[in-house]
Design a protein around this ligand. Structure first.
Ligand SMILES: [Zn+2]
Ligand SMILES: [Zn+2]
Length: 389
């Protein structure tokens, strides 16, 4: 079958690879009908995620039709149309039983590798390095889905692929980011990053009752989308000082909640951001925490910082003193996607939200390599790419 494979920094290829089969009795195999490129795939594209190997199949935002099920699979059968969460979860461990699916204790066969780095291993993820399981990803014609009774959500209505595909990651991720922001009525919520996750965080903050959402980015079409679809006040950080503007908007108090939907590859400006880039090149620093620094500086005292943006290792100049002295609560983590599938599918089916608004490119899988480049460079007004295998 054809798949998009990783070959190092900025080198994604379309290759012929073996078609996956059922390995364990709880597996299913799906024929992928639509699959998306995620902002977090760009961290792989930049070669920033450790333990990737040449030829790894990319992708963690797939949906399709079930073509094969293992003998212990109870909830799915051939022909079912499903969206598959990016988190692989067993459904039976202590973490899964506590709805902490992205922290599943059983789904990462390379847990030891993760434990050495982090102290404990989070869940395995599709197409996201060997430290996180070494699972083949979903930017391919077929995908093996472990624990098939736990992850995939069946789509039984006639919603289009683009309307439901983002249940796999970015809609639940934006939603959990807003939930983690502990939003009350009358709150001002500031969202750094107006990529797809940021857009869904903005939408969800609104659904959760925020009085006002302020969206921060520098890409005009992304700011435009935040205004148009999320009713957000926007700040272009290349034109305005983010701190000053946020203080103006909140009478000097600062936003009640801050959401970092950017993560490790923040652009940033100024001396500290330049020093991050240099240290990163010298392998003295893993992450560029520009947004974390700014959010901690801007957040109101006693406010909440929610971090859906992906970080990979260690960061310097982290303002731990301000964080502590301002009494800021931090909530973060990979998304517990399975927790949100039912409620968010209901939101889509009832017409409260149509997630397809983020799609700017819908193309055959073969165009994957060039679309990685387009998405990375934010060219051609690219916000979200859907690929058709
Ligand atoms: Zn994703
Ligand atoms: Zn588990």
């Amino acid at each position: 079958m054809r798949a998009l494979t990783w070959h190092g920094k900025q080198d994604v290829r379309v290759e012929e690879v073996p078609r996956p089969e059922v390995v364990n009795p709880t597996d299913a195999v799906i024929e992928v009908t639509a699959t998306a490129i995620c902002g977090s795939d760009l961290h792989l594209y930049h070669g920033r995620v450790p333990s990737m190997r040449e030829g790894d199949v990319l992708g963690h935002e797939p949906m399709g039709r079930v073509v094969e099920v293992g003998e212990d699979v109870e909830t799915l059968e051939e022909g079912d149309r499903v969206v598959v969460p990016f988190t692989i979860s067993c459904g039976a461990c202590w973490f899964c039983e506590h709805d902490l699916y992205s922290l599943c204790d059983n789904s990462n066969p390379n847990a030891e590798l993760a434990r050495e780095t982090m102290g404990h291993s989070p869940a395995g993820l599709f197409g996201y390095s060997h430290m996180l399981g070494g699972y083949a990803g979903g930017q391919a014609e077929y995908l093996r889905v472990p624990y098939a009774d736990v992850g995939p959500v069946k789509i039984e209505s006639d919603l289009t692929d683009e309307q439901v595909l983002f249940l796999s990651d970015i809609f639940p991720t934006g939603h959990m980011a807003a939930e983690n922001a502990d939003i009350d009525e009358n709150d001002t919520v500031a969202v750094w990053g107006c990529g797809p996750v940021g857009q869904f965080a903005i939408q969800s903050a609104d659904l959760l009752g925020a009085d006002r959402v302020v969206a921060i980015d520098r890409v005009p079409e992304r700011l435009e989308m935040a205004r148009e679809h999320g009713d957000a006040v926007t700040i272009d950080y290349e034109d305005e000082d983010v701190y000053d503007r946020l203080m103006d908007l909140t009478g000097g108090r600062g936003p009640d909640s801050c959401i970092d939907a950017v993560g490790t590859d923040a652009h940033g400006t100024g001396v500290v951001a330049t020093s991050d880039r240099v240290k990163q090149r010298l392998l003295l620093e893993d992450d560029r925490p520009t947004v974390l620094r700014e959010a901690i500086r801007c957040c109101r005292k006693g406010g909440t910082l929610s971090v859906p943006g992906v970080y990979v290792g260690r960061a310097d100049n982290f303002p731990v003193g301000p964080l502590m002295n301002k009494g800021i609560t931090v909530k973060t983590g990979q998304t517990h996607v399975q927790r949100y599938l039912g409620p968010l599918l209901d939101q889509i089916e009832s017409g409260n939200i149509d997630p397809s608004f983020v799609v700017t490119h819908d193309e055959p899988l073969e165009r994957g390599p060039e679309l990685y480049e387009t998405f990375n460079d934010k060219e051609d007004d690219c916000i979200k790419v859907v690929l058709r295998p």
